[in-house]
Design a protein around this ligand. Structure first.
Ligand code: URP
Ligand code: ZN
Ligand code: ZN
Ligand code: ZN
Length: 514
């Protein structure tokens, strides 16, 4: 016996190739890919029956319950989210750990993230996870804030191998001034961190919310009206300008606005390291889904689909698909942020109680999606012709996230000898019926703790048949296999895509002191 597992008769699909072959797995790693591997050398054999085999998905934008609860009561624990992930073919999630602003000094950010790792260490995890830092506030004003952040990021990397952070240009309490964005970019450049930016002009949003409220326009639908595409376009353009000034690579998260895509495309053409992420909801849902379709008794139903940036007019979807195909978008993530609808509707986030009458301003932003991302992009992207190829599917869902966030080729690839045996065997693309093969998306299919999916009732032509993590089957034909859940924290390297060019020095962007 040489192998723990051999998968026969697969159609292997990576970011660069698609070809029939067998895969052998030993010690949790991809060990060998060849035309005909002897099944007698294996402890266990799976017949893929001609089904496509891809690397497991990497969902690089996932919110789960975290110690700081900066975004409120997210329904999924890391355990829930990793279970839901593998039920939809994702084998690595990168979630967020928020800065604890009560902590000060060089170790403050390291300790913030350390608390999250300690919390998740007590949970049963179905796949590996990594963490981005959410930066909520700089500790000091002026350049003193820059200098303390520099020390804090260095310590964070040394202690936990975190190599990315997210900053916000919107949300009361999180919105960062341009001055502090420069302070942050100075340090992410210096420390080789990937700088993730939530680009919406928070002041514009605030003014528009006030103006809509003044007119009594407060139903869920007006959440989108209060954050039009131009708000995202403006902030994206400003962030590119700041990044250009500091020669810092950046990544725009959850991009939905065609104006923003235009700005990003232009910056890329100018040779800047500007990357972008979009999400399935921005090509498959629209602003109409924040209305009360089919259920005029429930004026709140649109609250399920409230997220920021908001769902756009249907016409915008084409531009987002195009951006996935032409390389404007480097990755697709879910922005999984599950709030219970029962909470949005009647519970602690209740926008009806306390005289708030369903005002969109009080509805938490976000929707679940860690499980549906891969199958939706497979079907609505590849099978229906919106994505150019299966290779493109693997590139944006698996391989590029690994490169962008410093875990390639351990993750996001099927390189013998190098890659973890994290992979998905899809159902054969024929009409034959298999046990538990889903035909439509239902909430029960998704194995998360949330009480709805925005994709309920969506027809689905394929779904992961087996999800394998470190060579262990964690999901098989609709069943979660808890005994094989042995995921853990994933330390990362610095991004191979976010290296600064370092050839343009000015008086205000000096060579860093050693
Ligand atoms: O509406 C969203 N996207 N909620 C999650 C938080 C964020 O901004 O990513
Ligand atoms: Zn965001
Ligand atoms: Zn309606
Ligand atoms: Zn998010």
């Amino acid at each position: 016996i040489e192998y723990d597992l051999v998968i026969k008769n697969g159609l292997i699909c990576t970011a660069s190739d698609i070809y029939p072959a067998d895969i052998a797995i030993a010690n949790g790693k991809v060990c060998c890919i060849a035309k005909n591997i002897d099944e007698n050398l294996a402890n266990e054999v799976i017949d893929a029956e001609g089904g496509i085999i891809t690397p497991g998905g990497i969902d690089a934008h996932v919110h789960v319950d975290e110690p700081m609860k900066l975004l409120g009561d997210v329904a999924d624990t890391m355990e829930d989210a990793t279970m839901s992930a593998v039920a939809g073919g994702t084998t690595t999630v990168i979630a967020f750990a928020s800065q604890d602003t009560s902590l000060k000094g060089p170790k403050a950010l390291s300790e913030s993230v350390g608390k999250a790792i300690a919390l998740y260490g007590k949970q049963t995890l179905y796949c590996d996870y990594a963490l981005h830092l959410i930066i909520a506030k700089l500790e000091k004003d002026g350049l003193a804030g820059r200098d303390i952040l520099g020390e804090q990021l260095e310590t964070l990397y040394a202690d936990h191998s975190v190599t990315s952070l997210k900053l916000f240009m919107t949300y009361p309490g999180l919105q960062m001034s341009d001055y502090n964005i420069l302070n942050t970019m100075y340090n992410t450049r210096k420390n080789g961190f990937t700088t993730m930016i939530h680009a919406e002009n928070g002041d514009m949003v605030k003014w528009m919310i006030d103006s809509l409220e003044e007119q009594g326009l407060t139903e869920p639908y007006y959440h989108g009206v209060s954050r039009p595409t131009i708000v995202e376009g403006e902030a994206t353009n400003r962030a590119v300008t700041l990044a250009r000034t500091m020669d810092t690579p950046i990544l725009f998260v959850h991009v939905s606005s065609p104006q923003a895509v235009d700005v990003i495309r232009k910056a890329q053409t100018d040779g800047l390291k500007v990357y972008a992420e979009t999400c399935p909801q921005y090509v498959l849902l629209s602003d109409m889904d924040t209305k009360c379709h089919g259920n005029h008794d429930d004026k709140f139903i649109g609250a399920k689909n409230i997220c920021s940036p908001p769902l756009r007019e249907e016409e915008c979807q084409k531009r987002i698909w195009q951006g996935m195909n032409d390389g404007s978008f480097t990755i697709v993530s879910s922005d999984h942020c599950p709030y219970l609808y029962s909470d949005k509707g009647q519970g602690k986030h209740n926008a009806f109680k306390n005289g708030k009458n369903g005002d969109f301003k009080y509805i938490p932003n976000g929707m679940p999606g860690v499980s549906t991302r891969m199958p939706l992009l497979f079907d609505y992207g590849c099978l229906r012709g919106n994505l150019r190829s299966m290779m493109k599917f693997v590139e944006i869902n698996c391989t590029n996230p690994a490169k962008l966030y410093g875990c390639y080729p351990q993750k996001g690839a099927l390189l013998p000898g190098s890659s973890d045996a994290d992979l998905v065997i899809w159902y054969p693309n024929d009409i034959k019926t298999y046990k538990n093969r889903p035909k439509t998306i239902t909430n029960a299919l998704l194995q998360h703790a949330c009480d709805y999916t925005p994709f309920e009732g969506f027809e689905i032509k394929n779904w992961p048949r087996y999800t394998i993590v470190h060579g262990r089957i964690v999901y098989k034909e609709g069943m979660i296999i808890r005994d094989n859940a042995k995921g853990s924290y994933l330390p990362r390297s610095k991004s191979s895509l976010c290296t600064p060019d370092g050839d343009w020095l000015t008086e205000w962007r000096p060579i860093y002191a050693k």
